[in-house]
Write a new protein. Structure first.
Length: 579
């Protein structure tokens, strides 16, 4: 009976999808609030969705009709996890991993209710307040990280628009990435070293930052790590559960962040390279290639179905993505390198600049060892960031360091392997005992853990953007008759937090995005003080350089409210020029 159910279930699901494609109503799609500034797409999103359902349905019916069953390759490996040599029992390792995961949860829940920053607020207001159909079917602008938006909407519906509820999905995905990293590290490292990789990720400043950021990046890292583990295991042991796990996690990765396309492309490249190497070694590659094409075909179809409703809208609205310096920095340019080192300094303290080269050298050595011992894993880890950089450089697009976040858990695994290798080399040179070797290796892990924990102090004390402190200071500083100009991108944050402080609808608070509006307010103010609040100073310098210069010349800086987001400081000025 169970076998019969398995045989006919795909056909039943496929038939349901085919009927849905044929009978799906379209009135609901026409009623969605589309952007008026976008040209009408040549193909409606609902038509693409029906096409996707039809293709998926036809594939499932065909599979069911052929009574297809899965058979493993004859040359598949039996076990792909790294042997331990009895160093750490599996049960002990699981207890340690549980403790590390609890630590990761505590570090990501602490101060979770600090101020939301611009992108979090913008996503919540623009996407999260709409209906589910609007989230799935309307392209407002880039930045709708689909899975996170839906989970945030669910949380807000249950608990309200409070910071911890908005950030909780990212927190949980961030915590889940810690054991996922252990699971992937086990492909190359013994249990102890795999636990060390998980520990370093658990205390990582950068990973905690994005685990407390209500966007799709934490989910992206989680599903990138998990799908990497599945594709490596699937290519090696060819078990059906690993292929299914890979397809599911890759599709969820696409729903989390479109950046995952680079991860999936890198995984496809991994499979192709492994097939080429196997063929050169005389192995039959037909089953490998069929598995690979089937898995990525299903991922492509499910990804197409996920975004079918907005594909044509997004194409019209993103004709020139990341072409200007206001949207990012040039790959490998001075600002990009500075951002990388600034991130390292934030994560480990300013002293890391002196130790950055040894850290990177040890990580590079670790990657080399992994490449020698576990080639498939090394390719799967390296291909996504390499492809990301290559595409952005080739297309002359600007980039943000966060586009390479998959490298964070990768770096932890490579560093631990590199440290173990470095200590092993030193032990052979200086004839250390096994006790000295273990003490040296774990002292290095402990030192890096301590540096990460020390860096979290300033992080926890400083919000990503300090809206509430700015509001409190302005309320204490201003007098009757004063005007407060909230310039540029500050509008999003101050409409959100200002409404809670009673600012919304009051004439003394003015939102302005153009310098001409600021000038008119200053000229009209016959008495009292004019204040101006702005953030993202780099964007103003690049897009409005003359106005940025006037801000320095004609206005007096009263206070800067620091934020942990790059260029996220909020600056309060007072007009001091002639009216």
């Amino acid at each position: 009976m169970r076998r019969m159910t398995r045989r006919w279930l795909p056909g039943a699901v496929g038939a349901g999808l085919l009927f849905s494609a044929l009978l799906m109503p379209v009135e609901w799609y026409a009623a969605l609030p589309f952007r008026e500034d976008l040209a009408t797409p040549p193909i409606a999103g609902v038509t693409l969705l029906r096409v996707a359902f039809a293709i998926l349905g036809a594939v499932l019916v065909a599979v069911s009709a052929r009574h297809w069953t899965y058979a493993r390759r004859a040359d598949a490996s039996a076990d792909v996890a790294r042997a331990d040599g009895g160093a750490t029992a599996a049960r002990t390792a699981m207890r340690a991993l549980l403790a590390i995961t609890v630590l990761a949860l505590a570090l990501r829940l602490y101060r979770i209710s600090s101020d939301l920053w611009l992108d979090e607020i913008s996503a919540l207001v623009t996407f999260g307040r709409g209906s589910v159909l609007e989230i799935l079917g309307v392209f407002s602008r880039s930045g709708n990280h689909l899975l996170n938006t839906l989970l945030v909407k669910l949380n807000v519906g249950l608990f309200g628009e409070v910071e911890w509820a908005v950030r909780l999905p990212a927190v949980l995905f961030g915590v889940a990435t810690v054991p996922a990293t252990y699971w992937v590290a086990r492909l190359a490292l013994p249990r102890r070293e795999s636990l060390a990789s998980a520990l370093l990720l658990a205390v990582s400043y950068h990973h905690i930052f994005f685990s407390q950021n209500a966007r799709g990046y934490a989910a992206y890292m989680f599903f990138s790590v998990l799908s990497t583990g599945y594709i490596v295991r699937a290519l090696d042991d060819d078990r059906a559960r690993n292929w299914v796990g890979f397809v599911v996690t890759a599709v969820l990765n696409l729903a989390s962040q479109l950046l995952s396309a680079f991860v999936i492309a890198g995984q496809f490249v991994t499979g192709v390279i492994e097939a080429v190497i196997a063929r050169r070694g005389g192995s039959a590659v037909g089953p490998r290639v069929r598995r690979l094409l089937a898995a990525f075909g299903v991922i492509g179809l499910l990804g197409f179905a996920t975004y079918a409703l907005v594909l044509m809208q997004a194409y019209a609205g993103l004709s020139q993505p990341y072409r200007t310096l206001t949207s990012g920095v040039k790959p490998l340019g001075g600002e990009f390198i500075a951002d990388i080192f600034r991130g390292l300094a934030d994560g480990f303290g300013p002293a890391v600049l002196a130790g950055a080269i040894p850290f990177l050298a040890i990580g590079a050595l670790g990657f080399g060892v992994i490449a020698r011992n576990r080639r498939t894993l090394a390719i799967a880890l390296a291909a996504p960031p390499v492809l990301t950089m290559a595409v952005f450089i080739a297309r002359q697009m600007t980039i943000r360091p966060r586009f390479l976040l998959f490298a964070v858990p990768v770096a932890m695994v490579c560093f631990v392997q590199g440290l173990a290798t470095t200590v092993g080399i030193a032990a052979r040179w200086f004839r250390w005992s096994s006790r000295v070797v273990e003490a040296t290796k774990w002292s290095g892990i402990a030192a890096l853990t301590a540096l990460s924990l020390l860096a979290l102090g300033p992080y926890y004390r400083t919000p990503k953007q300090s809206y509430r402190a700015t509001i409190a200071y302005v309320d204490a500083e201003r007098r009757p008759g004063d005007r407060v100009i909230l310039f540029g991108n500050t509008e999003v944050g101050f409409r959100f937090y200002g409404s809670r402080a009673g600012w919304e609808g009051r004439e003394e608070f003015v939102y302005a995005r153009e310098p001409a509006v600021v000038d008119s307010i200053v000229r009209a103010q016959s008495s009292g003080t004019v204040y101006l609040v702005f953030t993202l100073a780099r964007d103003i310098r690049l897009s409005q350089p003359e106005f940025a210069e006037r801000l320095q010349r004609e206005w007096t800086r009263l206070r800067v409210f620091p934020g942990t987001v790059g260029d996220g400081n909020i600056t309060l000025l007072r007009y001091s020029g002639a009216r």
